[in-house]
Design a binder for this molecule. Structure first.
Ligand code: F6R
Length: 608
């Protein structure tokens, strides 16, 4: 959730880490800070975004030859300059940036305070430089390792020492750290996005590794005993360098517009027309093993849960396998029952969401087969799961999930098809479903063509302060997702409800100031949703109907209609979701909100 950037070597490490930080800012952006190498170390911290940090630096700062920096999403302590990283040792000669959480920080702080250390922030992170100072014996690697062994929790860390110019020590325990190699320069970051402009050669630190970086390269050691480890150097895939807005005003709009291509990518090579089935080698189960699966459990958070709920309709509808969808945050605390025949699917765009990581570990410890459906193949969840089905959506930089949501829907649809064919789904039905899947990019393109009309509607309702989203069947999860999109980027209260549930309480909130967005599939409980719309209209609530196909199933006095193409009921969630993403985007933009970096949020939530 926070971002770490560091560089040693070259004549502009200061400028490099600021540029890297900007590429990480989508992960956390409450406050930021930098330590520039020199004697003494110079540390600048601000509350706010990286551009404010950049403005606080002088021209000479950018010329420093070693630097570490951080952009923060506040967990422990408010987003103030004092709580921003880097944090310093008591003598100011050691500076540390930290991602993650230190669970035993209170006792360490008490211990350190007892031996005379004075703390200047409310953060858990500040114990790290003080602990390193306590262990400092002239060797930065050894003293950092000794300090880090005292921590419990998850952390990615980078530290610099005034007495060891151009050396950065970094380590990873349950929080990603990646090192970049270039001639005469070495980089560190919490995400490869930060390194893409500078190098393609990277080393991903494994859990429990610590590294010493100098301009000449990186040496890797085991954190437990400082045993040297041979680094595995890999090449960055080309797409990680694509981090510009491509002419769009916001990443969110760019990512919404990319969805036809993302769906094509998610489908590519996965449709087998000859055998009338989907091909998902990433699942890692033989046809016989898949046939033995008696239950599927999908775990995830936020938008991923909504995709899971829609996916459950597909899997149950096409394969007849019972599916439960679990909030990953609850999963491990309720001692879930997992039989050996349960397939667990961990749905996560980032692959770093702490609750979903914990669910993966819990499920594996109980012997279940865990398949990650993930956009980041080098992520913790992808690494720890038994198998991985990649989303192939490309980097998603806007905080609000859009293209990864629809890609998740596509992958779950394919999984449903595969599992269905493995059971009793007839060849003819599956062949039709495959052909329909091929149409999805075009269907989404048709929705994108409606952007001007959706924008006009969003602007019409821009003064609303409360909204409801309702749907039935597999459009109910889309209602949840539409409401989540609206609230997270526009700060307007929005709730997603099953259309039939509205009258069991929430209808009390409806009046002429509370618009209701109703999702209608005339082919699937259309009449029933119309009944629910009538209930809203009777309470004077303005209704915006998102309708599949040309006609409303019933003559209703609803004038604000977003038409999306009629299609297979199993694909409609992906099509309808795009319309709601556009609505939320234009609504938030009209309200002047920070669309890509909404307040209080972060792209990947790496704390419980
Ligand atoms: C909403 C959103 C979040 C994420 C959630 C899970 O737009 O982005 O709700 O969906 O934090 O994230 P992943 O999928 O990365 O595990």
């Amino acid at each position: 959730m926070c971002g770490i950037a560091g560089c040693t070597g070259g004549l502009s490490a200061g400028a490099v880490v600021i540029a890297s930080l900007k590429r990480l800012e989508y992960r956390g952006y409450d406050s930021a800070g930098i330590t520039l190498g020199g004697s003494p170390l110079r540390t600048v911290k601000i509350s706010g975004k990286v551009c404010s940090l950049e403005r606080s630096l002088g021209p000479d700062d950018c010329l420093a030859t070693w630097a570490i920096a951080h952009t923060r999403w506040a967990t422990c302590g408010a987003p103030t300059a004092e709580n921003a990283h880097p944090h310093l040792s008591g003598d100011g000669r050691i500076s540390v940036v930290h991602n993650g959480i230190i669970e035993n920080f209170a006792e360490l702080r008490e211990e350190l305070t007892g031996s005379g250390h004075v703390f200047l922030s409310e953060t858990d992170s500040e114990v790290i430089p003080h602990l390193i100072e306590e262990y400092y014996d002239g060797d930065p690697l050894r003293s950092t390792a000794s300090a880090l062994r005292r921590l419990s929790g998850a952390f990615g860390v980078a530290a610099v020492f005034e007495r060891h110019p151009e050396t950065i020590i970094c380590a990873s325990v349950g929080s990603p750290v990646v090192i970049g190699l270039d001639d005469g320069r070495t980089f560190v970051a919490s995400d490869v996005q930060a390194l893409a402009p500078y190098t393609r050669r990277v080393i991903r630190l494994k859990d429990g590794e610590i590294a010493r970086l100098t301009p000449c390269g990186a040496e890797i050691f085991s954190l437990a005993d400082l045993r040297p480890i041979r680094p595995e150097i890999s090449d960055l895939p080309v797409e990680t360098s694509v981090a510009d807005k491509g002419g769009f005003e916001h990443f969110m709009l760019k990512e919404i517009m990319e969805q036809p291509e993302c769906c094509s990518n998610a489908l590519k090579g996965r449709l087998d027309f000859d055998r009338g089935t989907a091909v998902l080698p990433g699942l890692g189960l033989s046809p016989r093993e898949l046939a033995r699966v008696s239950r599927i459990l999908i775990a995830g958070c936020g938008s991923s849960i909504h995709a899971g709920l829609a996916g459950a309709y597909c899997i149950e509808g096409l394969a007849g396998i019972p599916v439960s969808v679990e909030q990953a945050s609850e999963f491990r605390y309720r001692n879930p029952v997992l039989e050996p025949e349960t397939l667990v699917i961990a749905l996560s765009q980032s692959g770093e969401t702490a609750d979903t990581v914990a669910a993966v570990r819990e499920a594996r410890s109980k012997g279940a087969w865990v398949t990650a459906v993930c956009n980041v193949e080098a992520s913790t969840i992808a690494r720890e799961a038994d198998s991985v089905i990649p989303l192939r959506a490309g980097p998603e930089l806007s905080v609000a999930a859009t293209k990864t949501f629809t890609s998740q829907l596509v992958v779950l649809y394919l999984l449903a098809l595969l599992a269905g064919r493995n059971r009793r789904l007839p060849f003819e039905t599956a062949s039709r479903l495959l052909r329909e899947a091929e149409e999805l990019p075009c269907l989404i393109r048709e929705v994108l063509d409606e952007a001007p009309a959706i924008k006009a509607l969003a602007e019409k309702y821009v003064r609303a302060e409360d909204m409801f989203y309702i749907g039935r069947g597999n459009l109910y999860p889309v209602a949840l997702e539409g409401a989540l999109k609206l609230k997270e980027i526009s700060y307007v209260h929005a709730e997603g409800y099953h259309a039939a549930e509205l009258k069991h309480g929430p209808i009390a909130l409806l009046d002429e100031l509370v618009p209701v967005v109703a999702l209608v599939n005339p082919e699937d409980e259309g009449e029933k949703v119309c009944g629910n719309i009538r209930e809203c209209l009777a309470r004077k609530a303005p209704v915006i109907a998102v309708v599949a196909g040309k006609d409303m199933p019933d003559a209703l006095p609803v004038r604000d209609i977003i038409r999306v193409p009629a299609c297979s009921r199993f694909l409609l969630p992906a099509v309808a979701a795009v319309a709601l993403q556009l609505f939320a985007y234009f609504f938030a933009r009209s309200r002047g909100c920070s669309v890509d970096q909404p307040r209080n949020l972060a792209k990947s939530v790496t704390v419980e």
